[in-house]
Design a protein around this ligand. Sequence first.
Ligand code: SAH
Length: 213
Amino acid sequence: MIDSYRHKGLRKRLIDSVKAKGIENEDVLSAMLKVPRHLFMAKGFEERAYQDNAFPIAADQTISQPYTVAFQTSLLDIKSGDKVLEVGTGSGYQAAVLLEMGVKLYTIERHQVLFKSSQLLLKKLGYYPYSYYGDGYKGLPTYAPFDKILITAGAPAIPESLLSQLKIGGIMVVPTGPRHTQDMLKVMKISENDYKTENHGKFVFVPMLKGKE
Ligand code: SAH
């Protein structure tokens, strides 16, 4: 679990490049500067951790591209103390970035192997989300409502079940669309039944699937 000067240097370069691609939120950039992405990579991919790309992790899933992590996190307009629900814990990298920003994080993963490995790794690194193994489509009604909801997989449509778990004034960021490409939607809950939706362009995610494995 080494985070060397070399890793830190490569990470600085990566974050500078993410910034150069248009990410302006300094809170997001400085959180990403602190999280050792190489420790979240699958065996054999550690060397590539500071390239701005998505890479395979266990269970045929991916660790999101750093630019995408920065983009989604910026859209959430995170404030320290926000209660956030993440659907798709995966490697745990995005969770660590959110925790660096001082949120209270609930995160759900449908693959048991990823649920277990991410929970273990996050704990080793001193990050403490509330981690759940289950189907993110159901959300966590017991702990709702949330200030922010982040979906890190591609949903065929906006998951209605999760909108009801969002606070009024809250934001949900969800890549929505068919399997090959999704629109990054920012959904703002204006009142109990009113939403404002912005489309922030095309991205590609692994699919958000029902049930658990
Ligand atoms: N946030 C992750 C990205 C992982 S990719 C990271 O930083 O590494 C998306 C993840 O969403 C995958 O691990 C996939 O298993 C998970 N996923 C897909 N559908 C889901 C669902 N319905 N509930 C919970 N997790 C889901």
